[in-house]
Ligand binder design. Structure first.
Ligand code: TXA
Ligand code: MG
Length: 334
């Protein structure tokens, strides 16, 4: 990946989507918007394209990818649905929910994309550009978040250009991602288990299941554990240090605020951004990664973060903040 390639940044018009789909069909790499974050897509059935995708991201190849599909019928060609998975797909697809299921025999997704596991992560995204690409290509698209490994996920086309320009073929600009945090991941293998909190709140999933989701088994934060390698603590890693749940701002810090009751020291902050002045968790999720990128300037060594309530999308927001604040271990994921 030393030779820079010309990355085309195009707006999501019909012709551009058709051309980007053709690029995917020829083994190219296309970044595209979903409702959660921008994804970096490759034809899921093309092992060489998937290998190039890992190289472009700088991602360790043991981390399995989500296969994005056009609809439930396409998902069923890849994976085995139990009763819980059927219910969740019916309730929430298309939308910000990824299901980890048993891989179906004859599943056409390249083994490299599933890291050799006998399970597969699938989701039907709710974004016209993502669905347009899937419809044109007629095959599943594997797509991790379109950031360099160790960076926060991109919620705009410009974030993608900053991270991956010169390394991929296309960025299709469909505006800012509306949800702003990645999909919620639920494994339906035995008891339904929440592997990653995300854009669909736990409470809504539990309401449909009429029961509680299990939490990930102990050990999934272990980089060696194959169950959910993306659960590495330092998945999200800005350059600045994060100080969480602050009740005051120290001199020289930037502030990531939430709500109207700003802490003492705020006037002296280097820079202040508010996730949601009106304390709206949906708005806060949509702003999270973009605000982190803006605050993560070279002159900011520490970002002080106000407490964010834990209910609804707050679970995903607090999860991402905790990962961004975790000590670096040199084996970042993304
Ligand atoms: O919202 C999203 O999910 C975005 C958009 C682009 O769809 N995608 C995304 O992909 O966040 P990525 O690769 O950044 O995160 C996918 C997560 C990783 O943590 C990976 O380990 C986990 O899904 N995963 C994939 N397949 C898995 C499997 N078979 N078992 C357990 N975890 C799996
Ligand atoms: Mg990611």
């Amino acid at each position: 990946m030393n030779d820079k390639i010309n990355t085309r940044l195009v707006s999501a018009e019909f012709v551009a989507i058709a051309d980007a789909a053709l690029c995917l069909a020829n083994g190219g790499l296309v970044a595209f918007p979903t409702e959660t974050v921008y994804g970096l897509g490759a034809d899921a059935t093309n092992g060489a394209a998937v290998a190039r995708l890992y190289a472009a991201k700088g991602r360790p190849s043991f981390n399995p990818l989500i296969a994005h599909v056009f609809d439930l019928a396409a998902a069923k060609r890849l994976a085995v649905f139990d009763a819980a998975a059927e219910k969740l797909a019916a309730a929430f697809w298309p939308g910000p929910l990824t299901l980890v299921l048993k891989k179906r025999a004859g599943c056409p997704v390249a083994d490299l994309a599933t890291a050799g596991l006998d399970t597969i992560a699938v989701r039907v995204p709710q974004h016209p550009v993502a669905l347009g690409l899937l419809g044109r290509l007629g095959r599943p698209i594997v797509a991790p978040s379109a950031n360099r490994s160790g960076h926060v996920s991109p919620t705009t086309a410009n974030h993608v250009m900053d991270d991956l320009g010169g390394r991929i073929d296309y960025v299709v600009d469909g505006g800012a991602a509306s949800v702003g945090v990645e999909s919620t991941i639920v494994a339906c293998l035995d008891r339904p288990t929440l592997l990653r909190p995300g854009g669909l709140p736990r409470e809504r999933i539990e309401a449909v299941l009429e029961g509680f989701l299990d939490d990930p088994p102990a050990g999934t934060v272990d980089p060696e554990a194959p169950m959910a390698p993306g659960m590495l603590e330092s998945h999200y890693a800005p350059h600045a240090r994060l100080r969480l749940d602050v009740d005051r701002v120290n001199p020289g810090e930037a502030l990531l605020a939430f709500g109207t009751k700003l802490p003492p020291g705020t006037p002296d902050a280097v820079l202040v951004l508010n996730l949601s002045p009106g304390s709206d968790l949906v708005e806060a999720a949509a702003n999270l990664f973009s605000d982190l990128r803006t605050l993560d300037r070279s002159d900011v060594t520490t970002i002080a973060v106000m407490p964010v309530p834990h209910e609804g999308l707050g679970e995903a927001i607090n999860d991402r903040l905790a990962r961004a604040a975790a000590p670096r271990d040199g084996s970042r994921e993304g």
